[in-house]
Design a protein around this ligand. Structure first.
Ligand code: PMP
Length: 443
């Protein structure tokens, strides 16, 4: 495979170094663990063959039910019970599973219209548009609105889907250091002619693209400062709320809710239903003018099958629960639980001496391992203790900053987190992961 064939470079040639390729293969063994069943508070994983860690998974095989810190299930809606599941099951009776076409042919049902209205109301915008996949939402958004005469200024840690969309648009791209508002302002100053800030010369449009909550870092966008810069330099603002919608803010309405900002001050609010809603698909929310424009030629909507009914039922019911319009009180309780669990776990880890990244309210907590060779060991030691986690290393992170991403869920009980902390402490000692003996306020 590694030899040139007919003068063509081999498929593998992108991974220039044998060392990296081998490391990645080994790490993959602890990444891609197949599961069976519901990815809720617990998750059932298919075990590796015997103790040979180099072997691949075989199916059927033995399974282990683990405490789940690996799924994006922030509000616990992935659980297969309750109002969401009832609605999803009923929708299969009423609508079937497939929709039979894209939105602009025969794939629009009354459920699609109802969900779009509900999402727009939840977020606080005039309208919203649905797409079957979060990734495709970003990948096709920018080419719908921008061309090569435009400029996109993009946070260097933006998700691949944003980077793909940005590239496909043909617009010029300038990255800025993660969350660094000074660097962003310097770039804006450089790009906009002095004294003529409204003209955007030489650019037709300028878009600043950021995420609400960065899931690899646990950091949150500095939205108040961004809006200040927006007023001063006149650009369009795009915020991807994949990890913040539902999980952040007193009413679960994302970063605008968190900072007490009118969502209409942001031009494009994008999000996904794969995390807090326990469903699938993406959306864009904004002004009527923006959404009308996108309905015309958002390729991911017009050339791809629309969202199936059971998924819509799950989105609709979970959103209404968060809004308190179905099962009043349940949404508020879930929001309280995710906020409590996130802070309780983070503080517990800090007290044990682990290095964790991100802000206190982040429901995803990156615990730093640094050394990539610790990834498989960490993952396997926790798996033995019936805890499922996602480890992340190169190429998703720089080589020397391997980490574990602990995804907190409202479905976890306090005892679950205590169990997790106890075992993490043991594993942390064995792998020399504790860098200090506690933080201020800790013991
Ligand atoms: N944006 C961000 C910030 C993401 O993290 C992800 C996926 N985790 C996506 C978009 C794509 O969303 P989906 O998985 O719903 O396709």
């Amino acid at each position: 495979d590694l030899l040139e064939k007919d003068g063509l470079a081999p498929w593998y040639s992108k991974f220039e170094s044998f060392y990296i390729r081998r490391l990645k293969q080994k790490i993959d063994d602890c990444f891609a663990i197949p599961t069976c069943g519901v990815p809720g508070r617990l998750i059932t994983c298919i075990d590796r063959d015997s103790h040979d860690y180099n072997s691949r998974f075989t199916y059927p095989g033995t399974t282990s039910t683990c405490l789940n810190l690996s799924s994006y299930n922030y509000l616990g809606f992935a659980q297969s019970e309750g109002a969401c599941t009832e609605a999803a099951l009923k929708s299969v009776d009423d609508y079937g599973v497939g929709t039979g076409g894209p939105r602009n042919t025969i794939g629009t049902t009354d459920l699609h219209l109802k969900v779009e209205k509900t999402i727009a109301k939840f977020i606080g915008n005039e309208d919203a548009i649905l797409v079957s996949m979060g990734y495709a939402t970003n990948a096709s958004l920018f080419s719908s609105l921008l061309d090569k005469k435009c400029l996109i200024i993009s946070d260097e840690l933006n998700h691949t889907s944003i980077r793909t969309g940005v590239r496909l648009s043909g617009a010029s791209v300038k990255p800025f250091s993660h969350n660094n508002m000074h660097k962003l302002e310097a770039l804006l100053k450089e790009q906009i002619s002095q004294g003529q800030p409204r003209s955007h010369r030489p650019w037709k449009k300028i878009v600043v693209a950021v995420e609400g909550l960065y899931s690899m870092e646990g950091t949150m966008v500095n939205l108040p400062k961004l809006l200040e810069l927006k007023k001063k330099y006149k650009f369009y603002l795009f915020v991807d709320e994949a990890h913040s919608i539902g999980a952040i803010g007193p009413r679960g309405r994302g970063v605008c809710d968190y900072f007490g900002i009118d969502p209409n001050d942001v031009d494009i609010l994008m999000g996904t239903f794969t995390k807090s809603f326990g469903a699938a698909g993406g959306y864009i929310s904004g002004s009527q003018q923006l959404i009308d424009r996108l309905r015309l030629d958002l390729n991911a909507q017009n050339y791809s099958e629309s969202i199936p009914a059971p998924v819509l039922a799950q989105i609709y019911t979970s959103t209404k629960i968060i809004m308190g319009e179905i099962n009043p009180g349940e949404g508020a309780e879930r929001l309280e639980r995710i906020a409590f669990n996130s802070r309780y776990l983070r503080l517990g880890l800090q007290r044990l001496g682990f290095i964790v990244f991100g802000v206190d309210d982040s429901p995803v907590i990156p615990l730093m391992l640094y050394t990539p060779s610790k990834l498989p060991a960490f993952s396997r030691m926790l798996y033995k203790r019936k805890i499922a986690v996602v480890v992340v290393g190169y190429p998703a992170t720089p080589l020397p900053s391997a980490r574990v991403r602990l995804c907190v869920s409202a479905s976890l009980k306090k005892e679950d987190i205590d169990y997790l902390l106890k075992h993490l402490s043991e594993v942390g000692d064995k792998l020399f992961l504790k860098f200090s003996s506690g933080v201020a306020g800790g013991t």
